[in-house]
Design a protein around this ligand. Sequence first.
Ligand code: URA
Length: 255
Amino acid sequence: MKRSAKPQPVERIRINRYLSMCGAASRRKADQLIQEGKVEVNGKVMTDLGTKIDPRRDKVFLAGKQVARVHEYVYLVMNKPRDAITTLSDERGRTTVMSLMHSKQRVYPIGRLDRNTTGILLFTNDGDFANRLMHPTHEIPKSYRVTTDNPVSREHLDRLRRGIRLEDGMTSPAYVEVLPGGKGREVGITIHEGRNRQVRRMFEELGYDVKKLDRVAYGPVSKEGLARGATRSLTRTEIRTLKELAGMSSTPTDG
Ligand code: URA
């Protein structure tokens, strides 16, 4: 006689985790929204942060709109070209990274690159993954190739390594090296933070004009062999390493 499949135990999860998994908000932001009475579960407003839900059955609404869980996660890397802006849409008709992205699933960029910065930009529909990678506590290393107007002095290389005082505080120690063949005007820098325009501001603070800025690595992800403007899927190893760096254990929600 054929044995029927055993029903899987239901994993009940907190509402903030559910909202984060769906990409609707970070956990912290979700807590705030719950306390503000903006979250409904099966038609009832929930303000208790400890409430757990069954993600397979319960219907969660945020500000009146249903928040649905994604069933197939995708993880992509684009080699962003110059002049593409990292917004979902632009009312002035400028090229956005979304217009270069040809994914069947709805994905969105993880963090941002300035309009004139080129290189690695990750995309996903896994909200928890995106929120964790962007969270400063995880300190994911990001490497850039910086081209400056003038050769960078030894003293300035040391200051970049030790930390630069910017208006939003000291930068943490960075790995910095002069790249061969660039006449002292090409510098590789690896930072573990992701403040707004951080690399440009670090060099500007020392009096350099950043002529080119290219993100060449994001954790284990490189853009070798990926043409400008092109996108590829991350490999399993890249996804696993990024999840480890972001403190994500292997859960049934992993892609
Ligand atoms: N630092 C910058 O200054 N710009 C970017 O786009 C990324 C990092």
